[in-house]
Design a protein around this ligand. Sequence first.
Ligand SMILES: Cc1ncc(COP(=O)(O)O)c(C=O)c1O
Length: 435
Amino acid sequence: MSSFRDDGAAALEWAASYLERVRELPVLSRVEPGAIRAALPERAPETAEPFSAVLRDLDDVLLPGLTHWQSPRYFAYFATTASEPGILAELLVAALNQVGILWRASPALQELEEVTLEWLADLLGLPAGMHGHIEDTASTGLVTALAAARAASPGKRVVVCSEHTHSSTAKAARLLELELRPVPGDRHHAMRADEVDLRDACALVATIGTTSSTAIDPVPQLAELCAEAGVWLHVDAAYAGSAAVCPELRHLFAGWERADSIGVNPHKWLFTPMDCSAFWSRRPDDLRAAFSLVPEYLRVSEDVVSLSEYGVPLGRRFRALKLWAVLRCYGREGLQAVIREHLGLAALFEQWVRDAPGWEVVAPRPFSLVCFRREGTDEENEALLERVNASGEAFLSHTRLDGRLVLRLAIGNARTTEDDVRHAWELLRREAGSG
Ligand SMILES: Cc1ncc(COP(=O)(O)O)c(C=O)c1O
């Protein structure tokens, strides 16, 4: 049996050198479907192998099949960062292997989770007193919110959202056998409040920072409508919510303090390794009414409500440790500095696109995502994107807005520099010229 310390040092060395060289690796994996499977043995080994064999195969077999989300030249979907404190805390989470099925199973897990979400709410300018817990993903958070909303409004089975709402709302509604009522977006892709019909609705999902274009639904008006109709308002700020750490951006979040529940993903734009999705609610009793189910073997004498009573999972990971480590090791100022840097880089890229003949910015840019296209057909834009991504020098993604194919450049990696963004722009122009 090899030594945990030696193997640990080798794994950490691997991780550190990976982060140093990741910029040079092809961002989008180039393997064909099935190639990684074909390179792996059909069965697990009969006898023990050293950990060094795992590290060797990570290099030789798996690395070609990785799309490098940690690359500073990753600009697709929403770019993310697993920061160094988050990575180290994740190691400790595994070492501690806490299973937070109820408070007494790990008092520190539960209380750190509660405190960390209070800290984060404060950093984001949310009102004190909201009940917070951590979900794996925003998708699970949607299930949590809609299940509580459904239970709180018996007989009401409609979920109102915008046509641009993330598909996780539709998935949660489908799972909960709720009917989706999409509302059209305005010319900036924000939900049209004048088109909202809350008849028979138990919930309305508003988004601050939609997935396609980071549009912002008119939350103050929607909150008013929901309050009048007694409808649960969930604000999905999975990507953009982290930007509220900057006071100068808070106006973009107007009204979210009135939400019944809010989701923000620190694993998107707050430098926390996947997975970590913050969920706050002003109505914890309704969450509990929907989810609390304590079997005899989990009954305890302490007067404490376990976090497992507020959502689907029983056992929870010690995710709070990594978020806590990130908040401590960056501090408010550190978080603000990176978010501001990303906004600045996005503004720069947007300006380059605006200034270049034959290119067009196609949506407002409130955060760090630029939606743009090259003149020409959808097919030409798609082919351009394919060429850019095939180069391995950057990875961008696309969406469809107003019926047209649109390219998206999302800045969210803490190691992305102006040089990286310029490199992506030069690559786009080079490939546009060669099409
Ligand atoms: C606005 C929005 N909501 C929800 C989600 C789903 O996030 P998750 O992968 O955490 O379920 C996304 C993913 O990009 C998103 O952009």
